[in-house]
Design a protein around this ligand. Sequence first.
Ligand code: SF4
Length: 415
Amino acid sequence: MKKPELLLPAGSLDRLKTAFLYGADAVYAGMPGVSLRNKTSFSLEEMKQGIEYAHSLNKKVYLTINLFTHNSDLPRLSEFISHLKELNPDGVIVADPGVFAYIKEHVPGLPLHISTQANVCSSLTVKYWRSQGASLCVLGREVPLSEIKEIREQCPDIKLETFIHGALCVSYSGRCLLSNFMTGRSANKGNCAHACRWKYKTYIEEENRPGELMQIDEDEHGTYIMNSRDLCWLGRLNEILPIGIDSFKIEGRNKSEYYAAITARTYRQAIDDWFEDPNAWDAQKYLNEIMTLQSRGYTVGFLDGNAGPESQNYDVSASSGNWRYAGLVRGEKDGKLILEVKHKITTGLTLEFLSPFQFDPIRFTVQDFYDERTDSLIDTMSSGHLGQSILIPVSGKYRRLLPPLTVARIQIKKT
Ligand code: SF4
């Protein structure tokens, strides 16, 4: 059986490289300027560099063009598509049949993937897209495990992809106008404000008592009636891997390098270990690691059929997880590690570095460290300015285990 591709989001060149460093086989990314993805920070030149970098590692980049088009989008769309040959991605992810047909005509031979936004939930729909020339379908997050198995058996001649981790919508795979209505930010153009997760007060009004509003089901936190937990199939990979899905997708293109590193390394290790020895595979080791990430609590979503109330977090919309992104290794200087600071660092603090070469973290208690700009000894560095870095003396043995883009974390006390 072939290993599935591990597919990570990449919202910037650093995040693309971090995902590959920690074991992703491929990334998906959107484009700015000609932007259909508002929150990405890629320039056209950076995207070209990213794709060339991926190809130098024998890895892949898929570009996301999964908007549903309005006529006003068409000039930008054709401009964007005119760059595709030059960019040379390994495929594009589309949802709108018009965009599908346009790319097929203007960039023949480019693999076309059908986005989750297209709501592919049955073998009938997969076969339709296959007949149109699609090379891969991303199944909707609403498809349960039993149907994923059936679709795999009934559609052996097309690649299938499933989401295995990341945020969930309460709408049908992201086809939602809530964010547009409340903020003017379009979920269908990659710029959702996650309005469904906000704190809502809910009232009912009896017909004969106009204006007498009765509040329902609210505690001191408010009512989070649409606040979905995050998807996590990690603990069930031993049931999903034998099905033979081609690609496992992780959501979160707006998340940090830290999120890319932890999700990539955890799922990479879990997949590799299962292929190494499925009988010895134990989910707990991987779950312990993924629980260090901030999340809204986890759910398996629709894996066992309809997602029930347990998939919603009615209590609170704040993230759980008591580790934080502390820094990003940028290289070394005079035998010291250059660490870009992402969280306040003080003398005596213990940092955990997540080496891409081993699963167990490397712990350091920071004693002496220096301001990278002035080389002066300091005892505190805040994360205030972008690119602000410190120098930490580290032995050569450890520096080799901590290449550029290695992430570091700190444990915070829960309040
Ligand atoms: S507002 Fe919520 S339901 Fe709507 S697209 Fe955004 S995340 Fe999904």
